[in-house]
Design a protein around this ligand. Structure first.
Ligand code: ZN
Length: 275
């Protein structure tokens, strides 16, 4: 190293310092110069390496950050406690993720004392039952026979309908959910929903071709007058398959709030804080 240093500039050094200057002294400035050059190279190399590492790390974070940032935001919609819940919730204002199961919303079971028979063992909540009977009579006057197939169903009954029938038909939960709501998530629990058939063509009961019957046409034209509406029309926002036979009562405050408030309410800090 020392020798290599000398061999590079022997003329200049000998010219400046002379031959009698000890090797150690002559060596010092060149060695420090060599050393500082090496240090500089090391520092540049080190800083360069560090910058490269930082660049790679930054790029890595840039690539991964958006994914991790979305998760807490979507999670905040279920809790609605974060200040930005409004903006994140506006992405999908129809269904609260916490309440939905395979596209079906959570519904409370109507108390037994609130129920009233509309036909045989089929029951509905009193207000809905009375309007349903009035609707049936009005239809009958026009030669249309509305037949109730199913009204109130308990969570236990829905459990049997969902799991036992699903297993019998070899359906996965998502396949089953396209046809039947999971227990705890059926509108039938509320006592406000009713499956209606046409007494003249029972073969269309619970079939999509019920839409071709006189009963369906009559319902389309008149059900709203009695406070009923179709829950799952074609291409409904819940993603539930088309059920022209399934109607729900939304003709009083309680039923309207039950079916509409949960999905239309924009959770904001003000509405959450009010008792
Ligand atoms: Zn139904």
């Amino acid at each position: 190293m020392d020798k290599a240093g000398f061999s590079e500039q022997p003329q200049n050094l000998s010219g400046v310092f002379g031959e009698d200057i000890p090797v150690a002294l002559r060596d010092t400035p060149d060695a420090t110069r060599k050393l500082s050059l090496r240090t500089l190279i090391l520092v540049i190399g080190g800083v360069g390496g560090f910058l490269l590492l930082a660049l790679i790390t930054g790029f890595f974070f840039y690539m991964t950050a958006p994914k991790t940032a979305i998760d807490p935001q979507s999670a905040s919609t279920s809790t609605a406690t974060t200040p930005d819940a409004d903006t994140s919730n506006s992405v999908n204002p129809t269904v609260k993720p916490s309440d939905a199961l395979l596209g079906h919303l959570k519904y409370p079971e109507a108390p037994e004392s609130e129920l009233m028979a509309i036909s045989g063992g089929i029951k509905m909540r009193k207000a809905a039952a009375q309007r349903y009977q009035a609707m049936t009579q009005a239809a009958r006057k026009e030669g249309v026979i509305l037949v109730p197939i199913s009204g109130f169903r308990s969570v236990k009954q829905q459990e049997q309908l969902f799991f036992a029938v699903g297993a019998q038909r070899n359906q996965t939960p998502s396949q089953r959910a396209a046809l039947s709501a999971p227990p705890g998530h059926s509108e039938h629990h509320t006592g406000y929903a009713v499956d209606i058939g046409d007494g003249a063509v029972p073969a269309t009961n619970l079939q999509s071709n019920f839409e071709n019957t006189k009963a369906f046409n009559w319902l389309q034209a008149n059900a709203a007058r009695f406070g009923f509406e179709m829950s799952f029309p074609k291409d409904n926002s819940q993603g539930v398959s088309y059920e022209p036979w399934h109607w729900r009562f939304v003709g009083d405050r309680h039923s309207l709030e039950l079916f509409y408030q949960a999905r239309n309410l924009q959770p904001s800090s003000t509405s959450e804080s009010t008792p």
